[in-house]
Ligand binder design. Structure first.
Ligand SMILES: [Zn+2]
Ligand SMILES: [Zn+2]
Length: 276
């Protein structure tokens, strides 16, 4: 019985953290695909911050990716290698499997990278260039607070403490599993969904983005990445009817008054009802 409760808890935390990334950091903060009440905005941001680092850094990097997709200046182009796009770019830019694979499986590796980022920042070696890429967020005191050095490592330390308090060493194992799943899910959108061996190209964007149905199923709809590069602001990524869990969540929020101004491309507005 206890194992079932533990599995259910892991699924709930994994879903909450995942939606913090897809609905929160990506569709709300980066692309302004919809609007919502302040408490929901704060909640989604905090859920994303549990694993994704400072929202302003995440948004800045992702906006740069859209501007430079698969060209010079793209922070994580697959043209520099699959593993470079997956997580090697977080390790200073490498495609070495001996570095990238252990980092991807470490679960907490990204938290280590965030700590190094903050240490370099206070030493003056990491000027906050990302701020220029998110002038809309820099006005928000919550965003500035979360961008303060060592706030992200403190949030992670809090998660570790809570996990140990609630379930002892097994709590830590559960937290590791959640971080492995959510970080690799987010990174796979950069690697798998920009790799020509996978999925299909439904839209000619001039980049390598792909629509990958099985990745969309694993990443709350983010695998419809070719459609997303065609219409970055769209609240729905599964524009051709593919299963897009994040869109269903946003649509559900709209139904109960927790989201409004959902943006959709003109050609897809008439048949924008969820199909799943
Ligand atoms: Zn992309
Ligand atoms: Zn995007």
């Amino acid at each position: 019985m206890r194992i079932l409760v533990a599995i259910a808890a892991l699924l709930v935390i994994n879903t909450a953290f995942g939606l913090g990334n897809t609905v929160g950091y990506h569709r709300l903060l980066t692309h302004r695909a919809f609007a919502c009440p302040r408490p929901i905005f704060v909640l989604l941001t905090l859920l994303g911050a549990m694993h994704g680092g400072s929202p302003m850094v995440w948004v800045g990097v992702h906006r740069l990716h859209h501007t430079k997709s698969d060209g010079p200046g793209d922070p994580h182009s697959t043209r520099e290698g699959f593993l470079h796009a997956h997580c090697g770019w977080l390790l200073g830019g490498t495609n070495n499997p001996l570095l990238c694979i252990p980092f991807a499986l470490s679960g907490f590796g990204q938290q280590g990278a965030l700590l190094v980022h903050d240490i370099r920042r206070v030493l003056g070696k990491n000027p906050p260039v990302w701020v220029e890429l998110c002038p809309d967020l820099v006005k928000d005191p919550l965003m500035r607070a979360l961008d303060t050095p060592f706030v992200m490592p403190a949030l992670f330390a809090l998660q570790v403490a809570l996990a140990l308090l609630v379930a002892g060493p097994w709590g830590l194992v559960g937290l590791w599993a959640v971080h492995v799943l959510v970080t690799n899910g987010s990174w796979a959108v950069n690697s798998v969904a920009h790799w020509r061996a996978f999925g299909v190209e439904n839209f000619e964007n001039g980049d390598d983005s792909r629509d990958v149905w099985w990745l969309a199923a694993l990443t709350w709809g983010e695998g419809w990445h070719n459609a997303h590069h065609r219409y970055p602001r769209s609240a729905r990524h599964g524009l051709k009817g593919g299963f897009d869990a994040s869109w269903l969540v946003i649509r559900g929020m709209e139904r109960v008054g927790l989201a409004w101004d959902l943006w959709l491309p003109k050609a897809y507005r008439a048949n924008s009802r969820p199909t799943a």
